[in-house]
Design a binder for this molecule. Structure first.
Ligand code: HEC
Length: 132
């Protein structure tokens, strides 16, 4: 029984990893984690090597962005915080979204996205919906 449960867990993880597209992530989603938003700190400032589930790889000294190998790790990590096809059931999208727009009640990093119409939030949603 135990091994069956484990097997189904592994299959579920594989299935979700498969439906999310890495190239879309690398070119559209990841730059958002590095982008400076007015009145907010960048995601990477707090989430680089963080002890929270949303943990970005530390950038190499002086590097403006991640290497491909680091991005693959970030992709794996981010994939665990989203539910393919369901942006509003995805922690990655709900936590930084304003509460009034359907987001979480509290995020130490603030209301990074004021509404679901924020262009960056829509990029995250498009990735999760696997529209590519
Ligand atoms: C000022 C620091 C800070 C910034 C900037 C920040 N966060 Fe956070 N974030 C936190 C902290 C601290 C937590 C831990 C739980 C909490 O307090 O909300 C967290 C939690 C989260 C979580 C829930 C999973 C977890 O690791 O606990 C997600 C998802 C998240 N942040 C996404 C983002 C995104 C996306 C951005 C940028 C658009 C961002 N955060 C910017 C500090 C920050």
């Amino acid at each position: 029984m135990k091994s069956l449960a484990l097997l189904s867990m592994v299959l579920a993880v594989l299935a979700s990893a498969q439906s999310l597209d890495y190239q879309t992530y690398k070119t559209t989603v990841e730059p958002i984690f590095l982008k400076k938003r007015p009145t907010h700190a960048r995601c990477v400032v707090c989430h680089e090597a963080a002890n929270y589930p949303f943990r970005l790889e530390p950038l190499d000294k002086g590097a403006a962005t991640w290497t491909d190998a680091q991005s693959h790790k970030n992709f794996e990590m981010a994939s665990h915080l989203v539910k393919p096809g369901a942006p509003m059931a995805s922690l990655l999208l709900v936590q930084p979204l304003a509460h009034s727009a359907g987001g979480a009640e509290f995020h130490s990093g603030g209301r990074q996205f004021a509404s679901q119409d924020d262009p960056d939030w829509r990029v995250l949603a498009a990735w999760v919906k696997t529209e590519h």
